[in-house]
Design a binder for this molecule. Structure first.
Ligand code: GUN
Ligand code: ZN
Length: 432
C-alpha cells in the first residue's frame, strides 16, 4: 500500500453548477490536501489535518498551484492529430480534403501506434487524463489506441469508426463487417483494465440504414457499452441527411429508428437541434458533447449550452481534435466561454471547470470514477500553475478571489499551465 499526499489549493464539486448555484456545489480550499492510496483518492480536505492524520504518506508540495481532477475530453479523433489546424474548409470539404486521406493511413498498424502514442502524450501534457476517441475503420487503429492507453494506464473510451457509404473505397466497410469487427473489438477491449468500448457509427451520411441497424442491434446486445456519433453539426450536413433519409422526422430520428438512441449515447456537436430532438435526447437521458473550438474553426455554429442544460441533458466538453484546433481543455473552456458570450451567457469559471471534469465524466457515465476530486475516485489529477506566463501572472497579482485567479488561466493558459499530472495514483513523467 502506497500513500501520497498532494498539498496545494484544491477545487472539487459536490453537485452540478449548471443546475444549481455554483457557489453551493463548489469546494475550494486554499490550504487543501488530496490523499491518494495506490490508484485511488481516499480523502480530500484540509492539508494540515491530512498531514497530521497520515504522517506516513509521501508529501508533494504544490504551493499555490490548483489541484483539480484531471480533464476529461468527451469527443475527439486521435487519427486526426496529424492534420489539426488545416486551413480553409467547412465540414464536408474538410472531411474529404484533409480527414479521409489521413485516416486511410491507419491501416498501417505502426502508423496508428505512432499517432496513438503521440496523441495520448499530448493529452497528458495538456492535463487531460481521459480521452474519448473515434478511431478509423481499421480494427488495428482501435488496437493501437487501447494498447497505447494501457501502457499509460489511462481510462479511455474508443471504438472503430464505421462507414459504408460516401467515403473513399479505402475507408469503407460493410454493414456486416462493421458489426463483426465492432463485436470482436468490443469483446477484446471493453472492460479490460481502464478501456471502454464505444460503438461508433461516424454519422448518418456515411452509413447506410443497413449499417445503422446492424450497429443498433449490436448495441442492444451490449447495452452496457457507450455509443458515440455526430449530430446536427452544420447546416449543409443536415440538408444532406434530409436528402439521404427522406422519411426521417429529423437528424436524430435517423439514429432513433435504428436503435441508436439511448442513455449511453454520446452525440457530438448537437448545435442545430429541433425541439423534438431535444425532447427525445432528454427523455432517454442521452449526452450531447460540446466541441467549441471545432464549432468556430469549422464554422459550424453556436452551441446553446444553457438551453440544453435547462432541458436536462447531460453535457460533456470536448476538443474534437483535429476538427477542433487545440489539444487543451483550458483553450476548450475558453472557447465555450466565448460561445456562451455570443449567446448572451457568461459561464462562470466554476461551471467551465465542472464541464471539463465532472460534466464530461457524467456524459460518459463514469461520474465518481474519473473527473472527480473526491474519495473513491481514481487518482487522475491535474495540477494547474495559475501564474504560468508573465501575462497571466500580472493579472493574477490583481485577483480578488480564487475565481479571479483561475479565470485568466482558463482564458489564456496552455500546456505551460500544467504543473503536474497524476494518472491512477502515479505521477506522469512528461517531456516538458
Ligand atoms: N462529422 C463526421 N465526421 C466528423 C469528424 O471527423 N469531425 C467533425 N468535426 N465532424 C464530423
Ligand atoms: Zn468529431
Amino acid at each position: 500500500m502506497i500513500q501520497q499526499l498532494l498539498l496545494g489549493q484544491t477545487l472539487a464539486f459536490s453537485g452540478d453548477p449548471l443546475d444549481r448555484d455554483w457557489s453551493d456545489v463548489t469546494r475550494h480550499n486554499s490550504n487543501g490536501g488530496v490523499l491518494v492510496q495506490d490508484d485511488r483518492i481516499i480523502a480530500v480536505g484540509n492539508g494540515d489535518v491530512l498531514q497530521r492524520d497520515y504522517p506516513q504518506a509521501t508529501v508533494t508540495h504544490y504551493g499555490d498551484a490548483l489541484i483539480s481532477a484531471g480533464f476529461v475530453d468527451a469527443h475527439m479523433h486521435y487519427p486526426q492529430t496529424g492534420i489539426i489546424a488545416s486551413w480553409g474548409k467547412q465540414l464536408i470539404d474538410w472531411l474529404n480534403t484533409y480527414t479521409f486521406p489521413e485516416e486511410a493511413r491507419f491501416g498501417d498498424k505502426a502508423y496508428a501506434d505512432g499517432a496513438a502514442g503521440r496523441t495520448l502524450d499530448l493529452a497528458l501534457a495538456h492535463g487531460t487524463t481521459t480521452l474519448t476517441s473515434f478511431c478509423t475503420i481499421h480494427p488495428q487503429s482501435v488496437d493501437a489506441f487501447f494498447e497505447a492507453a494501457a501502457l499509460r494506464n489511462m481510462a479511455v473510451v474508443a471504438g472503430k469508426t464505421c462507414m459504408d457509404r460516401n467515403a473513399p473505397d479505402a475507408l469503407r466497410d460493410t454493414a456486416q463487417s462493421s458489426y463483426d469487427d465492432s463485436k470482436s473489438l468490443l469483446a477484446r477491449w471493453h472492460g479490460k483494465g481502464r478501456a471502454n468500448y464505444a460503438i461508433t457509427p461516424r454519422f448518418s451520411p456515411t452509413s447506410t440504414p443497413e449499417q445503422l441497424h446492424a450497429l443498433g442491434a449490436l448495441w442492444a446486445e451490449y447495452p452496457d457499452c457507450l455509443m458515440q456519433t455526430h449530430l446536427s453539426e452544420q447546416l449543409p450536413e443536415i440538408a444532406w441527411v434530409r436528402g439521404l433519409f427522406p422519411d426521417a422526422r429529423d437528424y436524430l430520428d435517423t439514429y432513433e429508428e435504428c436503435g441508436l438512441l439511448g442513455a449511453k449515447g454520446l452525440y457530438g456537436h448537437a448545435i442545430h437541434l429541433e425541439p423534438r430532438e431535444i425532447e427525445r435526447l432528454q427523455e432517454v437521458g442521452a449526452a450531447v458533447i460540446h466541441c467549441p473550438t471545432s464549432n468556430t474553426f469549422i464554422g459550424s455554429g453556436l452551441f446553446d449550452l444553457m438551453r440544453l442544460a435547462q432541458a436536462g441533458l447531460r453535457i460533456g466538453l470536448a476538443t474534437d481534435t483535429g476538427g477542433g484546433s487545440s489539444f487543451s481543455m483550458l483553450r476548450t473552456m475558453a472557447a465555450a466561454y466565448e460561445i456562451g458570450q455570443l449567446r448572451g451567457v457568461a459561464l462562470h469559471p466554476a461551471q467551465l471547470m465542472w464541464l471539463a471534469t465532472e460534466g464530461s465524466a457524467r456524459a460518459l457515465h463514469m461520474e465518481g470514477q474519473i473527473g472527480h476530486l473526491g474519495a473513491g475516485a481514481m487518482a487522475d489529477i491535474t495540477i494547474l500553475d495559475l501564474e504560468s506566463t508573465p501575462a497571466i501572472a500580472q493579472r493574477v497579482n490583481n485577483a480578488n478571489d480564487v475565481w479571479d485567479a483561475v479565470f485568466p488561466t482558463i482564458m489564456m493558459g496552455d500546456d505551460r499551465a500544467i504543473k503536474d499530472v497524476w494518472v491512477a495514483g502515479r505521477r506522469v513523467q512528461r517531456a516538458n
